[in-house]
Design a protein around this ligand. Structure first.
Ligand SMILES: Cc1ncc(COP(=O)(O)O)c(C=O)c1O
Length: 491
């Protein structure tokens, strides 16, 4: 009794001064809008200098700081030194750039702190299920396909390949584990597949050696005859081919495997067909380019991001699995403390699965809200036009490169990625590699643009992945001018 007597000592994390906190929130929204609106006037990125880095060393604060001061510190020390991927001239690796509505949605999702994944009859789960269903429709999968929102294509691939493994093993793998498998299970992907495929294969216990890297053709697509030979050779030595992983857009070049041919081979060989469509899957909604990913809709599982080419703020991705029962069987687990149906007052009388039955995470954030609000705000037709605009911009840059005698294209543009280099006849290849690496560094460090560098056929090229709704043709013209200017200075 005594302990409870002094109620004035009870504490909370809610503000002491609600009106002051409201005013701070308004300032944050105002500053955020100004920041995004004027983003192209600032350098793409700048590294945090040592004195800024030093501000992030030290013990945790034992006492409170004024909220305004905490925010001032964010403005001073954090805001200017981030990666910069929301800038119109950020094209390195493959990254997204966020949306304004998505920014608000993240605040709204955080304000209710809705745990997503458990509890069937909650609006936040309905939102997630609707976003998954929109993705299913847009990407051409049939009714009955299941899916889950994830934090990235790496997670989506892990989930897709877990379902593949459990379904194709031919025994109760969840109960027995991998060691019962008499034959080595083998998987196939192109030499150009993303590292997340290898990570998933390793985590799932197949072992990296079970992932056969199939050579690629001149367009850097999986070599179909070589794939057939590798599968036949594996069968001959007693292995069990279980899965082919196709790429709908590789990270290096945007190459898209012949997905229809892969689907045919999977049907013949009784293999699972997984497609990594991290960004390239979304070519399916670009009116003039959807044929590029034809065959993707035949996949048993498809992993893709919404934080790259659907432009949504990190993190958000999705996995689709054609057979919902296989999907659920791989993950569903219901201990008594998670018994489904609490609070439903017998609305349906049936056991309604939770979203956590379709993935390895139980508690998840309300990631789907930013997708739901932005897609509703913009409409899917505009999204289709934007994906198309980015592909057209990649071809525009390709033309600029071809017209400039100082530049050389690595290979024809197949999707939205342009790889090119500064070139001076007579210079040794190793010197050209150095020069192009230095051009990348100068572009980044001067805050002009952020391409990255990739190696194609052993040589270094500037890598421009256009997954940015803020980029304009003038940005690519500037890039070309600056690459030539910096290159000319270096030779
Ligand atoms: C082709 C491809 N697959 C998978 C991934 C991994 O996606 P995430 O970073 O969302 O996990 C990427 C990332 O760039 C990618 O380009």
């Amino acid at each position: 009794m005594k302990k409870n007597a002094d109620k004035s000592r009870e504490e909370t994390l809610d503000p002491e001064d609600w009106e002051a906190m409201r005013a701070l929130g308004h300032r944050m929204v105002d500053d955020t809008m100004d920041y995004i609106r004027t983003i192209r006037d600032r350098p793409v990125w700048q590294h945090a200098p040592p004195e800024v880095k030093a501000r992030f060393e030290g013990p945790p604060p034992a006492g409170p700081e004024c909220p305004d001061e905490v925010y001032r510190e964010y403005i001073r020390s954090i805001l200017p030194y981030q990666v910069g991927n929301s800038h119109p001239r950020f094209w390195g690796w493959v990254a997204g750039c966020g949306t304004v509505m998505g920014t608000y949605a993240e605040m709204l999702a955080a304000s209710t702190d809705a745990v997503s994944g458990s509890f069937a009859y909650m609006s936040n789960n309905y939102v997630e299920m609707q976003v998954v269903d929109w993705c299913r429709t847009l990407l051409g999968f049939p009714l009955g396909t299941s899916g889950l929102i994830t934090s990235g294509c790496s997670s989506s691939t892990l989930i897709g390949l877990a379902v593949a493994r459990n379904t194709m093993a031919g025994y109760d793998l969840r109960a027995e584990g991998m060691h019962v498998s008499g034959k080595q299970m083998t998987l196939y992907c192109s030499d150009e597949a993303h590292s997340s495929v290898q990570k998933a294969v390793e985590l799932l216990g197949f072992g990296n050696n079970a992932l056969r890297r199939v050579p690629v053709n001149d367009s850097l697509q999986i070599d179909i005859p070589a794939l057939r030979e590798m599968i036949a050779a594996d069968r001959a030595r007693g292995c069990h081919p279980v899965c082919i992983i196709g790429a709908a857009g590789t990270t290096n070049t945007g190459a898209i495997d012949d997905l229809n041919a892969l689907a045919d081979i999977c049907a013949e060989e009784r293999c699972w067909f997984h497609v990594d469509g991290a960004f390239g899957a979304w070519a399916a909604i670009a009116p003039e380019y959807r044929h590029l990913v034809s065959g993707m809709e035949r996949a048993d599982s498809l992993a893709f991001d919404l934080h790259k080419w659907m432009y949504l703020a990190y993190p958000i991705a999705c996995v689709l699995v054609r057979d919902a029962a296989h999907h659920r069987n791989a993950f569903s687990l219901t201990p008594t403390y998670l018994a489904h149906g609490e609070g439903d007052r017998g609305l349906t009388g049936v056991d309604v699965p939770w979203l956590s039955d379709y993935g390895f995470e139980l508690s998840r954030g309300f990631l789907a809200l930013k997708a739901w609000m932005t897609i509703k705000e913009q409409g899917t037709e505009k999204y289709g036009r934007l994906i198309q605009q980015n592909i057209d911009q990649a071809h525009y840059l390709e033309n600029l490169v071809q017209e400039a005698p100082q530049l050389e294209l690595a290979l024809p543009v197949s999707l939205n990625i342009v790889n090119f280099r500064y070139m001076r006849p007579g210079l040794a290849e190793a010197r050209l590699d150095d020069i192009n690496k230095q051009i990348e560094t100068e572009l980044q460090e001067q805050g002009i643009a952020v391409p990255s560098i990739v190696s194609i056929h052993g040589r270094k090229y500037l890598h421009v992945a256009v997954t940015n709704h803020r980029s304009r043709r003038e940005d690519f013209e500037l890039l070309v001018r600056e690459v030539i200017r910096i290159g000319n200075k270096l030779v």
